[in-house]
Design a protein around this ligand. Structure first.
Ligand code: PTT
Ligand code: SF4
Length: 618
């Protein structure tokens, strides 16, 4: 069935809620079916809205920026792991397109309230929280909540709106515009690495509460229900299910250590002497409860009691970045640092990254502060200083790219970021495909779009090949394209091998549309190319291919420890892969989409705007 403009939509609600905090006004607006079919949802909607509505060069922390919460056509249905939403804005950390994915009741409630996205613009005069109950939107006073941490705020709001209300909040880091502040929910889910919490803080918006009571519009409700039930049963049969429930993403610590990719001492090494003490089996010994996102039957949130007897939910990235990367080898202490990050609303990946960077700067005498590797108390104090922007903390609160410029010397070489976003927890001295994945990720160095490293380790890590480029693009299409736009969790597929064939069937039952992988890949390419155009429009003539390079450290300093001692990346060979990547994406040698590609992907209207900022080559 072909969806025509103006036709009744199934799967999608067909409405966005637009909220203006300056004017304290909100209005629901229909969008057309063309938008749904071309951009699918979530990240696709977000980048299209940001492209259309932001003027290039807009200050990310100004009222003009948009903060978007977006879902897709599968979000919220009774389907595996469908309780996810994308939060997006122009990033204050990178200056480019930024987003994150968060598992939250807010995803389900927003869809039940009748919206596929909430677009927030303007700035409230004084702290507010937004209450969305179906079609009623209220701007409520948040003076009492301002200054409280994310957990305290959530508790207060839940006591009024109930345990399954959608509640998204910022901690003090978002209030203080820390450039990597994120948005927190359900006491331990967090999303929006490139400073989405700071954008929310800049709008004087402390929290968003959403309660919806409608039915989601499915084209074939009976079929969808049966399919969903069958899919949930299928997940239970997967061989890795039991172990996944025990350890979740924490099992990756052992794997990373075995394969020399566990970030250690600011990504100097890929092995850590205390890896066992912070790994999945150690976590199991102190596990206190299991949590997860809504609509999920393979919940993976492992909560443990930290050194202060507070609950802290651990994931691989959190533990690697606040453990091995800064030299802390005691899991309860790592958990306490993680809890603090969740309370303040700081992205743990960037946080562990800037702390590791500061420890190295201290060791090398670039700064006067003494912050030895592994010093738990110093790390804890630094987290508070970053949150409240005190002393060295104020510099680190701007992110590692900024700090490196400030510290000077060779610091730029070991500032571990791409495009200003700090690298997540996989060392790439011996992983060229993963390095390419970080370097070409559309938000900066995040593993979300192409976690190619497990495939690379299995298939040969020393090669620099076209096959690797193809694999990166394939994963970007699936993970960064399909899963971020359909807006459901990718882990059933990634971790348990839940087959991809299920998803077109879900889409058909939900929307009534037969969308095969060819069409879904084209959507992914369109979204990717538009995200790239957004970056180029922002950076204009400053855009250059160096922005698609991984950090210099991996090229110039070999590993000193472990089985891969002596290995580092090869710059010339990397460059060949990058050029191949551009060619395959239909971008020119500067990594800028060509007119032909833009037109082929139905982005003709982008050409004019891009031409104003850079010369297009074809
Ligand atoms: C994600 C990034 C990750 S990715 C982790 S742990 W991971 C860190 N988690 C943080 C946290 O926690 N608290 C905090 N203060 N900061 C944090 N920063 C880090 O943020 C997360 C899961 C995980 S756990 C992963 S891989 C998968 N990510 C998905 C994704 O991106 N898309 C998708 N469709 N499905 C996904 N499923 C999995 O979700 P960002 P969550 Mg996250 C506490 O936000 O910005 O995308 O960065 O959302 O609800 O916590 O689930 O080993
Ligand atoms: Fe959330 Fe984990 Fe379930 Fe994915 S697998 S939906 S991250 S609980």
């Amino acid at each position: 069935m072909l969806l025509e403009v103006g036709a009744v939509m199934f799967g999608w609600n067909g409405k966005f809620l637009r909220v203006n905090l300056t004017k304290q006004k909100a209005a629901a607006k229909e969008y057309d079916a063309d938008m749904a079919r071309k951009f699918l949802g979530g990240r696709g909607f977000a980048v299209k809205i940001l492209w259309d509505e932001l003027k290039p060069g807009v200050d990310p922390l100004s009222p003009e920026n948009r903060l978007i919460f977006a879902a897709g056509p599968l979000t919220g249905f009774a389907l595996p792991s469908s309780g996810k939403l994308v939060v997006a804005a122009k990033s204050p950390l990178t200056g480019g397109y930024g987003d994150g994915n968060v598992g939250s009741y807010a995803a389900v409630q927003m869809r039940k309230a009748g919206y596929d996205a909430v677009i927030v613009e303007g700035k409230a005069e004084s702290p507010k929280f937004l209450l969305i109950e179906d079609s009623i939107v209220e701007f409520l006073d948040a003076k009492e909540l301002w200054g409280l941490n994310a957990f305290e705020v959530e508790e207060k709001l839940r006591s009024v709106y109930g345990p399954t209300a959608g509640v998204l909040v910022i901690g003090q880091a978002g209030e203080n515009l820390v450039k990597f502040a994120n948005i927190v929910c359900q006491k331990g889910r967090g999303g929006g690495r490139p400073g989405m919490g700071a954008v929310m803080g800049s709008k004087n918006l402390k929290a968003v509460v959403i309660v919806g009571s409608g039915e989601l519009p499915a084209a074939n409700p009976k079929e969808l229900k049966e399919l969903g039930a069958e899919a949930y049963r299928e997940i239970l049969t997967k061989p890795n299910y039991a172990f996944w429930k025990r350890q979740g993403t924490m099992m990756t610590i052992e794997w990373s250590q075995e394969n020399s990719v566990l970030p250690t001492h600011n990504f100097r090494e890929g092995v850590f002497e205390d890896a066992d003490a912070i790994g999945g089996f150690s976590m199991e010994k102190i596990k206190s409860s299991q949590r997860g996102c809504p609509n999920c039957n393979m919940t993976c949130g492992n909560a443990v009691k930290d050194v202060d007897r507070k609950e802290s939910e651990l994931d691989y990235e959190n533990v690697a970045m606040l453990g091995s990367n800064i030299g802390v080898g005691n899991l309860k202490k790592v958990a306490a640092l993680n809890r603090l990050a969740d309370e303040f609303g700081l992205d743990t990946i960037s946080l562990g990254n800037v702390i590791g960077f500061a420890m190295e700067a201290s060791e090398k005498g670039l700064i006067k502060e003494e912050i030895p590797w592994g010093e738990y108390k110093a790390a804890k104090a630094l987290i508070e200083d970053i949150t409240y922007r005190r002393g060295l903390g104020a510099v680190l609160a701007e992110g590692v790219r900024f700090a490196a410029e400030k510290f000077g010397g060779e610091a730029r070489n070991w500032a571990m970021h791409v495009k200003g976003l700090e690298v997540s927890a996989y060392d790439c001295h011996a992983a060229p495909a993963m390095a390419l994945s970080y370097a070409t990720s559309p938000i900066g160095a995040h593993h979300k779009d192409a976690w190619v490293i497990s495939w690379e380790v299995k298939t040969g890590r020393d090669r620099y090949s076209e096959e690797k480029v193809d694999k990166v693009i394939e994963l970007q299409r699936l993970r960064g394209g399909f899963f971020e736009c359909a807006t459901v969790c990718r882990l059933p597929w990634v971790e348990l091998g839940f087959e991809l064939e299920w998803y077109p069937k879900f889409l058909y039952a939900a929307t009534g549309l037969e969308m095969g992988w060819d069409e879904l890949y084209t959507i992914a390419d369109r979204v990717y190319t538009l995200m790239r155009a957004f970056w180029v429009r922002e950076y204009g003539e400053k855009w250059n291919t160096q922005m698609d390079y991984p950090p210099a450290r991996w090229f110039i300093e070999p590993l000193n420890k472990g089985a891969l001692k002596g290995v580092k990346l090869d710059r010339a060979k990397y460059e060949v892969m990058l050029k191949t990547y551009y060619r395959k994406r239909g971008w020119d040698e500067r990594g800028i989409p060509t007119k032909t590609t833009l037109k082929k992907l139905g982005l003709k209207d982008v050409v004019g705007q891009l031409k104003k900022r850079v010369k297009l080559w074809d």
